[in-house]
Each structure stands twice: as structure tokens, then as C-alpha cells.
Write a new protein. Structure first.
Length: 136
């Protein structure tokens, strides 16, 4: 058996350890109403957030802006991703129990389940998001 065959398993273990150390220990950023509003204002300077709702899990936020647009902030890994939705950007918007279920248009875009504290808040966001489906 050559020395490369003996060394290979240690190399694999070393790579797994580095991946875990630099990727596995990262925490999802804590999302607050202030940080969500700040992030949307930073990414879309023309839009000023007026109203913000955090999901139950605290990893996403829906925001209404002064121009009537709806923004979304999602914590992905150790980063925040922001979207600004316009009319026709959403395939459908539904509610189930205390959650708003949003299906954005586009191939490969995931369905977003946004858990709320109560059903009335979910119904309120469904009514705000429904016009963005572009359906009459």
C-alpha cells in the first residue's frame, strides 16, 4: 500500500472538519423589525418601510413600503436575502391556519410558508399580497 492511500482518509477528515468549522458554526442572524427595515432600506433606497411583520420563527419578515410595494427579508445561512414584489410577481397567495403561503412566479422558486402569531394577521397579509398575483 502506498503512502497516498494511507494519507487520503486523513485529507477527507481534514476537509470535513474545515467545512464544519467555517460553515457549520455560523448562526442565522437574528432578525428584528428594525434590522428588517434597515435591510430593505439598504437594498432598495427608493422604498421606505412602513409596516413590518416577523414570522413566528424569526427567520423572515414581510414589509409594506410607502409606495405600496411588499418586501420580503429571509435569513439564509448567515446572510439576509431581500426581495421586493410587484404586480404579477406571485403565482398564488393562500392561508392555512396561521400561515401565509406564497408561491412566487419562476422556475425553481420555492414556496414560502410564513407562519404568523394569529389567523387575522395571516388574512391581512393575504389581502395585501393577493393583488400581486395579477389575477382579477
Amino acid at each position: 500500500m502506498s503512502w497516498q492511500m494511507v494519507l487520503a482518509p486523513f485529507g477527507v477528515i481534514f476537509i470535513i472538519a474545515l467545512t464544519w468549522l467555517f460553515g457549520g458554526l455560523k448562526q442565522t442572524p437574528a432578525l428584528s423589525q428594525t434590522s428588517a427595515k434597515d435591510r430593505l432600506s439598504q437594498d432598495f433606497p427608493d422604498c421606505s418601510p412602513v409596516y413590518c411583520t416577523l414570522s413566528q420563527t424569526g427567520d423572515s419578515a414581510l414589509l409594506e413600503t410607502t409606495g405600496g410595494h411588499i418586501g420580503l427579508i429571509i435569513a439564509k445561512g448567515n446572510r439576509l436575502t431581500s426581495r421586493l414584489w410587484h404586480s404579477g410577481d406571485l403565482e398564488s397567495v393562500d392561508t392555512m391556519d396561521n400561515a401565509v403561503i406564497v408561491r412566487p412566479r419562476g422556475l425553481g422558486t420555492p414556496t414560502i410558508h410564513f407562519a404568523m402569531d394569529d389567523g387575522s394577521k395571516a388574512a391581512q397579509w393575504r389581502d395585501l399580497l393577493s393583488p400581486l398575483t395579477g389575477k382579477a
